[in-house]
Design a protein around this ligand. Structure first.
Ligand SMILES: [Zn+2]
Length: 148
């Protein structure tokens, strides 16, 4: 999304909320270059995004479901609803950019990467729940990093 003032191609989402019963997203954006704030109204067809699960079965993408899962990992951590909303908006743009399908492992990996930047404990919780670690040793290694 380009900044309408300075045309910089790199603007940040600072707030995001669903309107029209979830069919559109209203976003507040800020340009890191000139600090210009503006609102976009994006009618993304995310309802048509399909998640391909590990066993090859498919189901419609649900932000609500994913958000609930993320919150389970963020319980009692210093993470705000705004941070989660902005994170999901960024990721949804990526997932829906070129294709109609996204794999559940891509979703898991992307969310993990973002959580890692936000909060290490939430990251470890999410990763363990979603069994993204290849084995127990890898999990222990990540846990170990927290305490060294
Ligand atoms: Zn700008």
């Amino acid at each position: 999304m380009h900044c309408p003032r300075c045309k910089s191609g790199d603007t940040a989402v600072i707030d995001s909320r669903l309107t029209e019963e979830g069919r559109a997203v209203r976003r507040r954006r800020e340009c890191p270059g000139c600090n210009h704030r503006f609102t976009t109204f994006e009618r993304q067809e995310l309802s048509s995004l399909i998640v391909v699960k590990r066993d090859g079965t498919r189901e419609p993408y649900s932000r609500t479901k994913l958000e609930r899962g993320i919150w389970l990992s963020c319980t009692k951590r210093p993470i705000t609803q705004d941070q989660i909303s902005a994170m999901l908006s960024r990721l949804e743009e990526k997932w829906g950019a070129n294709k109609k399908e996204v794999s559940s492992s891509t979703i898991g990996t992307d969310v993990m990467k973002e959580l890692k930047k936000l909060d290490q404990v939430a990251y470890i919780r999410f990763a363990s729940v979603h069994r993204e670690f290849k084995d127990v040793e890898e999990f222990k290694e990540e846990l170990g990093k927290l305490f060294t």
